[in-house]
Design a protein around this ligand. Structure first.
Ligand SMILES: Nc1ncnc2c1ncn2[C@@H]1O[C@H](COP(=O)(O)OP(=O)(O)OP(=O)(O)O)[C@@H](O)[C@H]1O
Ligand SMILES: [Mg+2]
Length: 374
């Protein structure tokens, strides 16, 4: 299975040097507030995506008074058990160096391809609450790993959209604006097909996980996909043409794959209205578990789940259920918590745990701490 084995971070946030060897299942980082727990997950996320999930500027990630941060992991995979992948990123304020097995790479997507990270944080319920951006990112995560040409199409549509929007803002003649329409429509339609296909595969798994995590709900979840243009209208090119006046007035393109969304409904009721706050968090867990399961079915390489502050997310019963489901999925999960006794230790002998204090790790021996005192 794909899992991070060794990690070594240097000058990241409050950690001078952070080194450890992770296990293939549950990995726990326990520490008080401001110890550096979220930073460990943030460093991994940054390694895979080139971004922070805390909306931080890159400069804030580099330890104060140091010119750069260096992050390194060794990734073991089922496909190449004897050849672990060495992934390194060195980041200065303006300069970024990324390496895969000692070779320079240009795009973070080349690293992400090997490092399918999923993230659950205390803010994850925003996936339901906020605008469509996070839900599109969720779908596109799946499409990125399922369809080899998705990233190419996605980049192309982003570039074309930017050019068309610039032409609209500059109020160029209609003919010039419409030069972008046909290629933009073509990439939008392909992206749309991939997203539909992805959600079709995901929905039954999501329904199963919702049932396991929230058996109290009598209705099954239904995913309503929205393409980004009016339902039933297949002539996107015609829509572009008919709406040029409005696009010019707004200064941007109204319809297209960049406006896609998913609505989740239970018995016709929006998830946001139907579910309690805790259930919304459980629903996001179900989404991630379904995504991880589908990823595993399609690629035979498991995803890696990062969970920040698990106790803030779920009550004791659901913490237990989630960790059990992750153990059944057999994927590596890296979990933070302020206290060890808030984490159900289902298979203590297979768990690896550390105490973190001011960015410094100390390995914990769980078997010892759970055995009775004599
Ligand atoms: N660039 C930096 N250089 C040095 N220290 C930093 C830098 N950025 C953040 N810190 C410090 O790193 C510490 C770790 O923060 P982090 O958010 O990882 O802690 P945490 O263990 O997740 O805490 P909490 O339980 O409150 O969520 C904080 O004290 C913060 O002030
Ligand atoms: Mg934190």
């Amino acid at each position: 299975m794909a899992h991070i084995k060794r990690l070594h971070f240097q000058h990241f946030r409050n950690a001078e040097q952070l080194r450890c060897e992770l296990g293939t299942g549950l990995n726990l980082f326990i520490g008080d507030n401001a110890a550096g727990k979220t930073s460990v997950l943030e460093a991994l996320w940054f390694l895979a995506t080139g971004r922070s999930f805390r909306n931080a500027q890159i400069g804030q990630l580099i330890q104060h008074s140091h010119p750069q941060t260096t992050l390194f992991i060794e990734l073991h995979s089922q496909r190449q058990p004897l050849n672990p992948l060495r992934i390194g990123v060195q980041r200065q304020a303006q300069h970024n160096l990324m390496r895969l097995n000692g070779e320079n790479v240009r795009a973070h997507s080349e690293i992400a391809q090997h490092l399918p990270l999923q993230l659950l944080t205390p803010e994850s319920h925003r996936l339901l609450e906020e605008g469509p951006n996070a839900r599109r990112q969720f779908m596109d995560w799946g499409c990125f790993y399922q369809f080899a040409d998705f990233i190419q199409l996605w980049r192309q549509q982003k570039r074309l959209l930017k050019q068309r929007n610039q032409a609209l803002k500059q109020r160029l003649p209609a003919q010039q604006i419409q030069l972008w329409d046909a290629p933009l429509v073509e990439s939008a339609i392909q992206i749309d097909q991939m997203r539909r296909h992805y959600l079709e595969g995901l929905t039954p798994l999501l329904q199963d996980y919702c049932q396991t995590l929230m058996p109290e709900l009598s209705e099954s979840v239904v995913c309503h996909y929205r393409a980004g243009w009016p339902k039933g209208n297949d002539d996107l090119l015609g829509l572009f043409k008919d709406n040029l006046g409005r696009d010019l007035a707004l200064g941007h393109t109204q319809y297209g794959a960049h406006r896609a969304d998913i609505r989740f409904r239970f018995g016709g009721q929006e998830a946001m209205q139907k579910l309690s706050r805790g259930q919304q968090k459980l629903f996001v867990c179900a989404l991630l578990l379904a995504q991880a399961k589908l990823h595993q079915n399609l690629t035979e390489e498991p995803a890696i789940m990062l969970i920040d502050d698990l106790p803030a997310e779920l009550d004791a019963t659901h913490r237990h259920t989630l960790l059990k489901l992750l153990a059944e999925l057999n994927i590596q999960h890296i979990v933070t918590s302020t206290a060890l006794n808030l984490i159900p230790l289902i298979h203590p002998s297979s768990i690896k745990a550390w105490k973190i204090e001011q960015g410094v790790l100390q390995a914990l021996n769980l078997e010892k701490s759970t055995s009775p005192e004599i």
